[in-house]
Design a protein around this ligand. Sequence first.
Ligand SMILES: Nc1ncnc2c1ncn2[C@@H]1O[C@H](COP(=O)(O)OP(=O)(O)OP(=O)(O)O)[C@@H](O)[C@H]1O
Ligand SMILES: [Mg+2]
Length: 268
Amino acid sequence: MDTAPPATPGPAGAGDAGAGRPVPIERCPTGIDALDAILDGGIPRGNIVLIAGSVGTGKTTLTLEFLIRGAERGERSLFLSVTEAAAKLIQNVASFEFFRTSLIEEGKLVIVDLPPVMAKLGFDRDELSHEDLDLLLRTIRDLVRSLGVRRLVLDSITSLGYRIPRDEQLRDFLLRLGEILSEADCTTLVVSEISSGPERHSTRSVEEAIVDGIILLRSIRRLGDILRVLQIVKMRGTPHSRALYVVELTPIGILMAPHLKGGRATEI
Ligand SMILES: Nc1ncnc2c1ncn2[C@@H]1O[C@H](COP(=O)(O)OP(=O)(O)OP(=O)(O)O)[C@@H](O)[C@H]1O
Ligand SMILES: [Mg+2]
């Protein structure tokens, strides 16, 4: 099923430049060419990466393209949606020229509404207990194992986090989610909704230290235009640029170009 070239997986950080002869690590190409170029071929396989951004910056679009491109390569892709109904997401992806409904019909791209699943599991209180979170993690693990999921998106940890009030619980949940998915060799993007501000990568900040990578999406105002910009803040296991890239959401997918210096840019 997997069409990625064989490579020897290395421990996190093994591919860092300057650490002697780098051990080649297996990559999960996002399918967004410019992003893969910055990441030296893609996200280190099995990593869990936060896609952090303020409203309307393209978080969901980026994660959907990642899954569709993976499904096209024969990698089973799973979208766990907390915020938007599956039917609406399918409508949105239909605007991509490279999307085929057969990906969904053949089960290569699976979109699951998490709230009804959680209701079925009996989570009837607003705040999730330790046992509830345990059961949710086991359910996700079983789904990933039974379907052979290689790419997973959770959109968003912020919405789920409203039901996980204690920071330790949220930290533990993300840590264990990362472990489960890494063991399954599944590369994961977790969406984090943030209010604007250059130093914020997550609402609760506990997420930032746990994850292997952070890709930050922001809106900036420059010379009268509102631009979407992307920056890789961290990515364990690979060297990468930390420069700012301008992002365009287009029917042929996400396009990126270096953000030219000059003019006054302000965060919005
Ligand atoms: N393929 C596309 N081409 C052009 N514009 C698009 C495309 N896909 C989405 N958009 C536009 O981009 C905007 C943001 O998209 P998206 O929903 O991915 O952002 P988001 O960061 O997930 O937003 P939210 O914070 O509301 O969840 C939308 O308003 C939509 O109109
Ligand atoms: Mg979204």
